[in-house]
Design a protein around this ligand. Structure first.
Ligand code: PEP
Length: 256
């Protein structure tokens, strides 16, 4: 039984006041919903205040990135312990903007996954192919390489703390969405790879989120696909007007 999860990645958007206000709206809405989990990922500097606003509620707060190292001379980086210290309980690893704008490799993602888990954080690992790779028929190969590259060697206990977000790069922030068929096929494939790396029980238990221009108008169609266990939302996570209906859609259609 996989409980649906709707996550909002704020990226480098909103300010302190807008962030706390939005978190308050999501928190109150989530209070009235059954059967859906939610996480918000504010910019680092707002995590503490947003986490305080969400304390004691079901709304989870996470970090958008983590340093692969534990502590020391790593200017500009933020450690897992620091994320925990300010109230984050989960971290995104390998978001497409980290991979494609900042050049993060599978090797670095693997270190970050391990560092997150060692710090006591849950991890949401993002994977997905570029448009060029999809057009070259490499979607499955890319997803497999990214999953093996980042997850090999983890234990089945570790995997209880890991969520996967399948986010085709060509659909992120573009308004272009994978069709439910395209997303469903990729999710089924990803689940098969998890079964190969670990076992069927891990594959069955791991939540696989879809990300890429999810919005109120397409959320229900995507979330009703059997292997899609929720959404990682960027642009539409920045207003309550757009994010709350996606939570509603998950609560309604995504019962596994
Ligand atoms: C994302 O940032 O993970 C994302 C999916 O963005 P958007 O919803 O804007 O495409």
């Amino acid at each position: 039984m996989r409980k649906p999860l709707v996550a909002g990645n704020w990226k480098m958007n909103l300010d302190r006041r807008a962030g706390v206000e939005l978190a308050g709206a999501v928190r109150s809405h989530l209070d009235g919903l059954q059967g859906v989990d939610s996480v918000i990922y504010p910019p680092f500097v707002y995590i503490e205040e947003v986490a305080r606003a969400c304390a004691g509620t079901a709304l989870v707060v996470g970090g958008q990135n983590i340093c692969d190292q534990e502590v020391g001379a790593f200017t500009g980086e933020v450690s897992g312990a620091m994320l925990r210290d300010v109230g984050a309980t989960v971290v995104l690893v390998g978001h497409s903007e980290r991979r494609h704008v900042y050049g993060e490799t599978d090797e670095l993602c693997a270190l970050k996954v391990r560092r997150g888990l060692a710090s006591g954080l849950d991890v949401c690992l993002c994977i997905g192919e570029t448009l060029e790779q999809r057009e070259a028929g490499q979607t499955e190969q890319v997803c497999s390489t990214q999953l093996h590259g980042s997850l090999n060697g983890l234990s089945t206990e570790d995997m209880a703390k890991v969520t996967i977000a399948y986010e085709p790069v060509w659909a992120i922030g573009t308004g272009e969405t994978a069709s439910p068929e395209q997303a469903g096929a990729a999710h089924a494939y990803v689940r098969g790879v998890l079964s190969g790396i670990f076992n069927q029980a891990v594959a069955d238990a791991t939540r696989i989120l879809y990300g890429g221009s999810v919005k109120p108008s397409n959320a229900a169609d995507l979330l009703s696909v059997p292997d899609i266990d929720g959404a990682l939302v960027g642009g539409a996570a920045l207003t309550a007007e757009n994010f709350l209906p996606i939570l509603d859609a998950a609560a309604e259609v995504c019962v596994r």
